[in-house]
Design a protein around this ligand. Structure first.
Ligand code: SAM
Length: 362
């Protein structure tokens, strides 16, 4: 399978991650910053936002499942509210009428098989001027950061574990046909794009940063997926792109969202016809323990009872402190999901593929 990308991969910019002997890695930019990470200011936004105040909780779950959530409401739990991610409102990014426009100023490159590529960095100097409100590219470059918690969560580059999951899809012959899929923390959106190409009925893409959705995810989706409601063929620039899906395959419906996870949940659960996801795909999203609560809550609210999460992660992220074992421990303590290790990739930088399913599917 080949993907088309709207950016180029620069080997020399690649990988600000330093490998350590035990297979874990450290984000260079995060060294020594651990204690400062809560200090990110968001002018004009409430600083004490928490899941409790998001009012997602019981109303959403009873509306959409007809049953109460299988864990106690944690809104009175000070631990649960102490370290919440910064508040970033969620919004849906409409699929433009003229999808050709999306690709107008983009450089498309082919990435042959997924297993050969490594971490990529988006080359988007021009973006600095384009998005003064969310100037994450220059912030990221100037602070030499792969991510800035609460500001930029890393979606502009493709992280290694995405490729691990893609390889696993092929190896394990993961079935997407007819499924409703969420690519959570999508960045480039390769996982969702693959699901779509595999026949998923509907794929939703979510990223923290709107700029990532507009400038990376959306062009990649447009470049790779035959989209619904664009029957005029404009989604086929230069005749290079295969416009049609395989014969007989349904055209997948794609929707894109930005915003923090609790806010994203609120947004999608508000939709009366919302049907939960059969499959949630997520790569390199458990690096920050401060986000575990909302991430777990997101799985709980949005995954169908018989669905599963396929999660890929490095063993440990030193700078921010998260990692597989910490997350697994967190999940175990919650008692809602079962986790199963699908694969350990140990080529110097230990990485894990995990499956999460409800302990009590019905
Ligand atoms: C390290 S990047 C990984 C991107 C992509 N999945 C990959 O593997 O290349 C982490 C992603 O998770 C998302 N993310 C992290 N924390 C988040 C939060 N609290 N709320 C919403 N999205 C978050 C960001 O949007 C970001 O794209």
């Amino acid at each position: 399978m080949a993907f088309q990308f709207n950016f180029s991969i620069e080997e020399d910019l690649e990988n600000k991650l330093t490998s350590l002997d035990d297979g874990s890695c450290v984000l260079e930019s995060q060294k020594g910053k651990q204690d400062n990470r809560q200090s990110t200011e968001h002018p004009g936004l409430p600083r004490d936002h928490s899941w409790k105040r998001s009012s997602l909780g019981n109303a959403a779950s009873s509306e959409n499942t007809g049953s109460p959530p299988p864990i106690a409401d944690r809104s009175d739990d000070p631990e649960a509210c102490k370290h919440q991610p910064s508040w970033k409102p969620a919004k849906e990014h409409a699929m433009p009428k003229d999808v050709k426009e999306v690709l107008e100023n983009t450089v498309l490159e082919m990435l042959p098989g997924t297993q050969h590529a490594n971490t990529a960095v988006v080359k988007t100097v021009s973006l600095k001027e384009k998005f003064p409100g969310e100037n994450i590219v220059s912030k990221s470059f100037s602070s030499h950061s792969d991510l800035i918690p609460g500001v930029y969560e890393g979606g502009l580059k493709i992280w290694e574990c995405t490729f691990d999951l893609l390889t696993y899809f092929t190896k394990a012959k993961v079935k997407f046909a007819g499924q409703k899929v969420l690519d959570l923390g999508c960045g480039s959106g390769l996982l969702g794009i693959t699901a779509s190409k595999g026949g998923a009925r509907e794929v939703h893409f979510q990223d923290y940063n709107g700029l990532v959705i507009d400038e990376v995810t959306l062009p990649n989706v447009v470049a790779n997926i035959p989209l619904q409601d664009d029957g005029n063929g404009i989604n086929e620039p230069d005749g290079k792109r295969q416009r049609k899906s395989e014969v007989g395959q349904e055209i997948c419906k794609c929707r894109l969202f930005s915003g923090e996870w609790a806010e994203f949940c609120k947004l999608v659960l508000r939709e009366k016809l919302f049907v939960k996801y059969d499959l949630i795909l997520t790569s390199e999203t458990i690096y920050n323990p401060d986000y575990y609560s909302t991430l777990h809550e997101t799985f709980l609210r949005l995954l169908s009872r018989s669905g599963r999460v396929l999660l890929a992660s490095k063993a440990h992220y030193f700078g921010v402190g998260g990692g597989v074992h910490l997350f697994q421990k967190f999940v175990e303590e919650k008692g809602v999901f079962e986790t199963r290790t699908l694969e350990v990739i140990d080529d110097g930088l230990k990485r894990f593929l995990m499956e999460m399913t409800f302990k009590h599917p019905s």
